[in-house]
Ligand binder design. Structure first.
Ligand code: NDP
Ligand code: KPL
Length: 327
């Protein structure tokens, strides 16, 4: 089974080391100093309570070097995917599965969902239908990424917590391709359950990213603070309730309520969300995928999103002021 991880930064690098350690036929697409370090010294993974491990990996910035794959696991930031679809084509053969390991509303959301919204495209996450047309939705296997990791220096991944990558077919089936990837990830020491209702998990994760991430970027507060502060907790809660109304119209079942989700965020502690980290480090922020997409779904389902609209406007301007959003 040939697996290529496209965008082998924090999450893709973590997966890449685990797969390589387990003897999988895995290759990594990366770029810049991180790629150069991987090629020179291998890819190192630092995990708590374990000695660092370094594996030699097949890595390139040119997918044509790697050829057609059985699975391409995309672990890029959401906004980085559409522009690289043409570059990814050499990795795609007749039976290639694309695994979308990207936060936010996935571009394939309305594929095989059934009902009147079947096939709806989302401009915020797939401008110009780049992925829908360039990959084709039938190739897609969904994935919700739970681990936290960072590139601590070029060629080195620091794992922070978690090892679960929930997988799910757009139609909810336990397909052969989903089960085979689950087995390969399991053999690499990762948890990769195949879920019949992946969209429910997408929304529970998105609840937090939609609200905590922009609030943290606007206030520079860590999760423990913004989830308990008497001013920002109700803002997060209002955003989440708007999102819940949208999701429930789309058939999602939430296994917990908003207060439990916010308490879960608070329990993570003094964490700077990925959006705040991106702002701090001058990197583009995943605003469209995490917040804009939910506003778009509000329009699609005729659901008012006043709090989401307000926070989205503020965080977009914050990002624009830092030169990290739009032209
Ligand atoms: N990190 C985390 O803890 C978590 C992340 N996620 C989600 O997982 C996804 C990936 O996040 P994360 O791993 O943090 O992101 P990273 O930025 O660490 O990894 C993406 C990597 O892809 C590289 N890249 C970008 N464009 C190209 C290209 N055209 N060719 C080759 N390489 C490229 C980036 O290089 P460069 O740095 O030069 O841009 C970077 O090394 C995101 O959607 C994120 O929200 C979900 C849960 C937790
Ligand atoms: C906020 C958190 C921990 C989940 O809600 C996250 O995933 C992020 O920092 O992007």
């Amino acid at each position: 089974m040939k697996i290529c991880v496209f965008g082998a930064g924090a999450i893709g690098g973590y997966m890449g080391v685990k797969l390589a350690q387990a003897g999988a036929d895995v290759s990594l697409v990366a770029r810049g100093p991180h790629l150069a370090a991987m090629k020179e010294k291998g890819l190192t993974l630092i995990e708590e309570d374990a000695d660092p491990v370094t594996v030699q990996v097949t890595a390139s910035d040119n997918p044509a070097d790697l050829g057609p794959q059985d699975y391409v696991i995309v672990t890029l930031k959401a906004h980085s995917v559409p522009p690289v679809v043409p570059k990814m084509q050499p990795l795609i053969g007749e039976n290639t599965t694309i695994v979308s390991g990207v936060n936010g509303v996935p571009w394939w959301y309305f594929h095989k969902i059934g009902g009147e919204l079947e096939g709806t495209r989302l401009e915020t996450v797939d401008p110009g239908n780049a992925q829908w047309d360039g990959f084709g939705p039938d190739r897609v296997l969904g994935c919700v990424v739970y681990p936290a990791a960072e590139v601590s220096e070029p060629g080195t991944i620091k794992h922070i917590e978690g090892n679960r990558f929930s997988l799910g077919e757009p139609d909810g089936s336990k397909s052969e391709r989903a089960m085979a990837l689950s087995k390969a990830l399991g053999a690499a020491g990762l948890k990769a359950p195949v879920r019949p209702r992946l969209r429910d998990e997408i929304w529970v994760k998105l609840w937090g990213n939609l609200s905590f991430n922009p609030i943290s970027a606007l206030t520079h507060a860590t999760l423990d603070v913004l989830c308990t502060d008497e001013g920002t907790r109700p803002v997060a809660r209002a955003m989440m309730l708007e999102a819940q109304e949208i999701a429930e119209k789309l058939g999602v079942k939430f296994p917990i309520d908003v207060d439990r989700r916010i308490d879960g965020g608070a329990a993570v502690g003094a964490h700077r969300t990925s959006m705040l980290q991106d702002l701090d480090q001058g990197r583009p922020m995943e605003i469209d995928a995490l917040v804009g997409s939910v506003q778009e779904l509000g329009r699609v389902t005729n659901t008012p999103t006043p709090t989401i609209d307000t926070v989205l406007a503020l965080v977009k301007l914050r990002a624009k002021s830092a030169g990290l959003y739009g032209a």
